[in-house]
Design a protein around this ligand. Structure first.
Ligand SMILES: NC(=O)c1ccc[n+]([C@@H]2O[C@H](COP(=O)([O-])OP(=O)(O)OC[C@H]3O[C@@H](n4cnc5c(N)ncnc54)[C@H](OP(=O)(O)O)[C@@H]3O)[C@@H](O)[C@H]2O)c1
Length: 379
């Protein structure tokens, strides 16, 4: 599964120490010393500030973080946004306490720059990433992962250099650029978990995915990789055109067709879809359920449209599987990166913003004008 050689025990110990990431004035690690790193050096970062909206984001100069035992220092090359980053910067997401100095963004990629004590399996110069729930290494979801959630409850990627537990890291395949790799952790892991681990999508099945944001476009690409037929919805005909170019066979504009579930049923000869990647929730779930085939599996991922529906009658009548999905583990990230690389598939990155213009990336996400992912280049 992994080429990381730290034991699970020492990995968990390293994760427990993540918050105290050795940013002590004047201190160094053995490896940090050899790399000429000290906490007297400074890095540039963005901070969440008071979390009252995008305007709360603020630039900061901070001491160089240093890796403690089991940790690595990473020079960040690119970071990326997800829908939740809008909620985080507005104070509507995550556990407390919420220090104003918290660095945002749960997705990123960078190069290993220094190794803390006891780190094996990684070398200086390795290109790495990790899941935003950094201590979810494998297995089932445990709500305690929220306590170490990058960009929400612990420092994220929008900085020059960051410290991460070595146990959480995956190597980034050469086939993916920095920008492409940064686009993947949260959205690709969520889509992969939904389609591969939960729904176990089969070739020839029909997958419905909603909207053209980060998770939904990854779901389209992963479903096509698996040989499935894809139905995708959007508020924009221009975006649907782009989805057809990516391989979607059936496209429906949910704005011009409020009863889009009927279009989906027509397009599937009345049978309905075998898998739903529901990124919207709310009243939209009623429509998703209405166009399911018997034995369909529904991944309930998003809350873009208010509260979760209580209209669950089809779940019983059609023998459906409905599963809530938070995200996925380090293991899932490793699997999805390998699959994209092996199939020469690139994630759809809509726009790349420079580090200095991070708030503009948030504004673009908020506008909903994007298709797929929005990335920040730290180059
Ligand atoms: N990103 C992740 O890894 C992740 C993980 C777990 C859960 N989630 C949840 O999944 C949802 C999507 O996240 P994301 O990061 O993929 O979002 P995103 O990139 O911001 O994409 C949102 C897209 O969904 C469509 N949409 C928005 N409101 C809609 C509505 N009321 N009805 C139908 N479609 C609507 C729009 O597509 P069009 O412009 O094409 O209409 C919009 O661009 C969010 O609720 C998020 O919290 C995301």
């Amino acid at each position: 599964m992994s080429d990381i050689t730290v034991s699970r025990r020492s990995a968990l110990g390293a994760i427990a120490g993540l918050g105290a990431s050795a940013a002590l004035a004047g201190s160094t690690t053995a490896q940090g010393k050899s790399a000429g790193l000290t906490s007297m050096q400074r890095i540039e970062a963005w901070e969440l500030g008071e979390r009252k909206g995008i305007a709360s984001l603020r630039r900061a100069s901070r001491p160089q973080p240093l890796p403690g035992p089991g940790q690595v220092l990473i020079t960040v090359r690119a970071s990326a946004l997800n829908n939740r980053d809008l909620a985080i910067v507005s104070g509507g997401y995550g556990v407390r306490p919420r220090p104003a100095t918290m660095i945002p963004l749960g997705d990123g990629v960078g190069v290993v720059t220094a190794l803390g004590a006891d780190v094996t399996g990684f070398n200086i110069g390795d290109r790495v990433s990790c899941p935003h729930f950094v201590n979810w290494l494998d297995g089932r979801y445990d709500p305690r992962v929220l306590e170490q959630d990058l960009g929400s409850s612990t420092d994220g990627w929008l900085a020059d250099r960051v410290v991460r537990p070595a146990a959480s890291l995956v190597r980034v395949p050469d086939e993916l650029s920095d920008v492409e790799a940064a686009a993947m952790p949260a959205a690709a892991v969520t889509a992969w978990f939904t389609l591969q681990q939960f729904a176990q999508v089969q070739a020839g099945e029909t997958v419905l995915t909603l909207g053209t944001g980060g998770v939904s476009v990854m779901a389209l690409q992963i479903a096509r990789m698996a040989g499935a037929r894809v139905v995708i919805t959007s508020s924009s005909d221009a975006k649907l055109e782009r989805m057809r170019a990516l391989g979607a066979q059936i496209t429906v504009n949910y704005r011009t067709h409020a009863d889009w579930e009927k279009r989906v049923l027509e397009a599937t000869d009345g049978r309905g879809v075998g898998v739903v990647v529901d990124t919207v929730g709310g009243s939209s779930l009623d429509r998703s359920l209405a166009c399911t085939a018997p034995n369909a599996r529904i991944g309930l991922i998003g809350a873009l449209d208010g509260a979760i529906s209580t209209t669950l009658r089809p779940v019983t009548l059609r023998n459906l599987l409905l599963r809530g999905i938070t995200s996925g583990s380090r293991r899932t990230l490793e699997d999805v990166l390998r699959a994209f690389a092996a199939n020469n598939i690139k994630p759809l990155v809509d726009r790349v913003f420079p580090f200095a213009e991070a708030p503009a990336a948030y504004e673009f996400l908020k506008s909903g004008g994007h298709v797929g992912k929005i990335v920040i280049s730290h180059a």
